[in-house]
Design a protein around this ligand. Structure first.
Ligand code: NAD
Length: 510
């Protein structure tokens, strides 16, 4: 078993920073000549350079995955479960190391990074129950002497293409169930924060997953297209922005692959006048500015109903200046930088466009942003946002929280439903009947009742509606197992040879 201290990626972690592919259980240095920079967003310094895979390099990784598949799918469920348990233990043991990779390249604060690892670990724990999850159905004596049973089998080589905002959790959402189901896996992580994936690869190997079952190819559109078009890739899971998700889904399916593509979001938080306003303000500020707003389940739009608006505005205004913004490695910091300088500037541009379109800029984060070259933008808050403004229509994906005011509950639900996204939404109220009505009618895949970020626990599945998901099956949980397996139904007869005869009639079940 490889000692982590001697593993090849250890050196990179301490500074040399060439980030290469992981194929068939070892580092495959990129030879395409194409690379991308990796930054520490808290300082603005480039800390690494990641290789971008060529068509040929993706082909080598797919070949490794394909070669590893037959033996892995034939590995017993009890052995696979044992390996998943070991993977779970190793991820747990090294959760702080994983978290440090996330903070170093994504910028999220360490406590948040640990939370990301914890939520990923829950999916690994779920995958430890794979023998139970793959149990089929059995019908004895479906017809005289005939039994029928259903089984689920792995789909083969599957690819996972992941976004920058959860460099450990979203890959775990995919590879843990995919591998447990008996598939071999190719991860194409975000090129913006790619190091965590290699550290995970070492731990996966140490857990006992055979070489070739888990591979990492880094890169951009070239690598993604190579995966989408490769005839030996059978299924693609994608998480990222809506335009790319739409493209990935249409390209993968037109090449005959199964695909689930989770996409962007604009999550509305409806606050009714009877809500506990302090609780709602705490939730809005936590869910709006946590991870600098770079969460697909972040609250980005508060919908204040009637008299909720003024007290909510005051309560949020009071909380914003207390948020400590800075380098996420420092223990007391609550909000880190954004992922890149360009993204920070785009996010900040919504403060100006909002003002020009008639919104009230209550807090302009640029006035409180830490000095230095880091990609910071302090929490910003816009009131009187209207549905036709750019800051309402676009997914901002940063710490610019908006509030829109409506007169009634029905107006609020209409806004949520008319929005093109349908990832998550939440209602804050003390009225159980209204909350139940909201859950019943609202057009979104994940609903919170006095819970601002309703990410389902690992034994349910995660996914949005409308332009937040392309495909039929949500990710992880029972739907994840279905996505990574195909159903087969066997009809079986062990006749008494004495009763066997030729019969050309259509088989009857009675
Ligand atoms: P992105 O769409 O830019 O990138 C996602 C992946 O696609 C990356 O691996 C990237 O390398 C690749 N990619 C980028 N451009 C491509 C192209 N032209 N062709 C092929 N592949 C391409 O997303 P991001 O900026 O990394 O992540 C943020 C987005 O992800 C937000 O929109 C957020 O809402 C969304 N997200 C959604 C969920 C969800 O569960 N619905 C979860 C996390 C993030």
């Amino acid at each position: 078993m490889t000692e982590l201290a001697e593993a090849p990626t250890r050196e990179r972690r301490e500074g040399t920073k060439r980030i290469s592919h992981w194929v068939a259980g070892k580092i495959l240095p990129g030879e395409s000549g194409r690379t991308g920079p990796v930054y520490n967003p808290a300082t603005g310094e480039q800390t690494g350079e990641v290789d971008f895979a060529s068509l040929e390099e993706v082909g080598r990784a797919v070949a490794a995955a394909k070669a590893a598949f037959p033996a892995w799918r034939a590995t017993s469920l009890s052995r696979r479960a044992e390996i998943m348990f070991r993977m779970r233990a190793l991820f747990d043991e090294h959760r702080d190391d994983i978290a440090r990779f996330l903070t170093a390249e994504h910028g999220k604060v360490l406590s948040d990074a640990r939370g990301e690892v914890a939520r990923g670990l829950e999916v690994v724990e779920f995958a430890c129950g794979i023998p139970h999850l793959l149990k089929g159905e059995y019908t004895e004596q479906a017809s005289t002497g005939i039994d029928v049973y259903s089984i689920r089998q792995p789909v083969g080589v599957v690819a996972g293409i992941t976004p920058f905002n959860f460099p450990a959790m979203v890959p775990m959402w995919m590879f843990a169930p995919a591998i447990a189901c008996g598939n071999s896996f190719l991860l194409k992580p975000s090129e913006k924060d790619p190091s965590a994936s290699l550290y995970l690869a070492e731990l996966v190997q140490e857990a006992g997953v055979p070489d070739g079952v888990f591979n990492v190819v880094h890169g951009d559109k070239v690598a993604v297209d190579a995966l989408l078009e490769h005839p030996d890739v059978n299924a693609v899971s994608f998480v990222g922005s809506t335009p790319i998700a739409r493209y990935v889904y249409s390209t993968a399916t037109s090449h005959g692959k199964r695909c689930q593509a989770l996409a962007g979001a604009k999550n509305h938080m409806v606050v009714l006048p009877d809500a506990d306003i302090d609780m709602a303000a705490d939730a809005a500020v936590s869910a709006g500015y946590g991870s600098a707003g770079e969460r697909c389940m972040a609250i980005s739009m508060i919908v204040a109903v009637g008299e909720a608006a003024e007290p909510l505005l005051e309560a949020i205004k009071e909380r914003i200046p207390k948020i400590k913004v800075g380098d996420g490695m420092k223990p007391d910091v609550e909000m880190g930088p954004l992922i890149t300088r360009e993204h920070r500037d785009r996010v900040a541009s919504f403060i100006d466009s909002g003002r020009e379109e008639g919104a009230t800029v209550v807090v302009d984060g640029r006035e409180n942003t830490p000095e230095g070259e880091g990609f910071f933008l302090a929490p910003s808050f816009l009131d009187h946002v209207k549905p036709d403004m750019g800051c309402y229509v676009e997914e901002i994906f940063g710490p610019v929280l908006g509030m829109t005011r409506v007169d009634t509950y029905d107006d609020a639900v209409r806004l949520v439903d008319e929005n093109s996204y349908g990832n998550g939404t939440a209602i804050f109220t003390r009225d159980g009947g209204v909350a139940r009505q909201f859950q019943f009618e609202v057009q979104a895949g994940m609903v919170g009742v006095n819970v601002p970020i309703p990410v389902p626990v690992a034994y349910y599945s995660f996914g949005g509606w409308k332009s937040s998901l392309f495909g039929d099956l949500h990710i992880y949980g029972p739907e994840g197992v279905n996505f990574y397996t195909r159903g087969k139904v066997v009809t079986s007869r062990w006749p008494d040879p004495a009763t066997s005869k030729v019969d050309l009639g259509f088989p009857q079940t009675r």
